[in-house]
Design a protein around this ligand. Structure first.
Ligand code: C5P
Length: 320
């Protein structure tokens, strides 16, 4: 038996600019991702029984076991899991090479720490970790670039979880230009989770509906070099640049998110933003103590299910 362990980070979008939908229904994005030190841990193990099996243990941000999410994950068919889809791609390669039939069976176990449907790319992180783990398990020797191509075909956020650090995403948000590798986390965040998740396609659809057929969309422009300097600099410089074009729509869908944002502002956040397509709210603090104070204040807000602190940027998917 051979066993490999890998991890991949959650993300927050420091900027998220959205253009009008393309014929394939995807929206062109110009976005800057930051990988957070909240990671999914995934173990892949060769098995005698053919097939790809996925089991999950979910944890709450404080590290305690999350029985409800674990039970919900068990109900899902294995092939709906993005880690399963990622492993399947690499399994095809492995089985057509020296591994042959001995690559026919694997067991995947996910220790899930990133909240589901929270706008923090939990499923995408599973896929990114699965790519890195299976590449090693089956000794495929795929390069970072080859893994990135595969990541892109699995979902728009998977490359961001693979690459990590701070990275500019264009196209569907899946063409990555690394801006900072994430060796030195320096942005301190408090994240507030909502009581109920939001599905990404629904948020994009609501944005389209609000725009209407002849809607005016802002032109998408790349960040200037000055802006990139601020986005990769300290929290004070970063704060005024945080922007998310999905925020207004998500707030319309979940008006109580405005209460969460207000609670973070009142508690002294440098800036507050919707994370990705939400409903998680990310509040930026000047330092670790500030982030703890924000998380404490948010924990008491009725619209918040859980609040916790995290930092970014951190490296992307890697072997453990
Ligand atoms: O690629 P992924 O499966 O993560 O995307 C989930 C959904 O989010 C898509 O089906 C689409 O509805 C929406 N999306 C979008 N434009 C993007 C990324 C995602 O409309 N650039």
């Amino acid at each position: 038996m051979r066993e490999i362990r890998a991890s991949a980070p959650a993300k927050v979008n420091l900027t998220l600019r959205v253009g009008p939908p393309s014929p394939d229904a995807y929206h062109p994005l110009v976005t800057v991702f930051e990988a957070l030190d909240l990671r999914e841990y995934l173990t892949v193990r060769t098995a005698r029984t053919p097939g790809i099996r996925v089991t999950t243990d979910a944890y709450l941000p404080d590290g305690s076991y999350d029985e409800a999410t674990t039970a919900r994950m068990r109900e899902l068919p294995a092939d709906s899991h993005l880690a399963h889809r990622a492993a399947k791609r690499l399994q095809r390669l492995a089985m057509s090479g020296p591994w042959g039939q001995s690559a026919a069976g694997i067991d995947i176990h996910v220790d899930k720490h990133i909240p589901m449907a929270g706008g923090m790319a939990g499923g995408s992180a599973d896929a990114a970790a699965a790519l890195v783990a299976c590449n090693e398990l089956w000794e495929l020797g795929l390069s970072g670039q080859q893994l990135e191509l595969l990541a892109r075909s699995l979902g728009a956020d998977v490359p961001a979880c693979l690459v990590g650090g701070i990275a500019l995403g264009t196209g569907r948000g899946d063409h990555m230009d690394p801006l900072d590798e994430g060796a030195q986390p320096r942005h301190h965040w408090a994240i507030a989770l909502a009581h109920e998740g939001l599905e990404t396609p629904g948020v994009f659809r609501a944005l389209d509906e609000a725009q209407g057929p002849g809607g005016t969309w802002k032109e998408l422009t790349q960040p200037s070099s000055e802006e990139i300097g601020a986005l990769t600099g300290d929290s004070l410089g970063l704060a005024p640049l945080l922007v998310n074009d999905l925020q207004e729509t998500a707030l319309r869908m979940r008006p109580e998110l405005a209460d969460t944002m207000r609670a973070a502002q009142n508690a002294g956040a440098l800036a507050v933003i919707l994370s990705g397509s939400g409903p998680s709210i990310a509040a930026l603090a000047q330092d670790a103590d500030g982030a703890h104070r924000l998380a404490q204040a948010l924990e008491g807000a009725p619209s918040v299910a859980h609040a916790f602190t995290t930092r970014g940027p951190v490296p992307g998917a890697r072997l453990e």
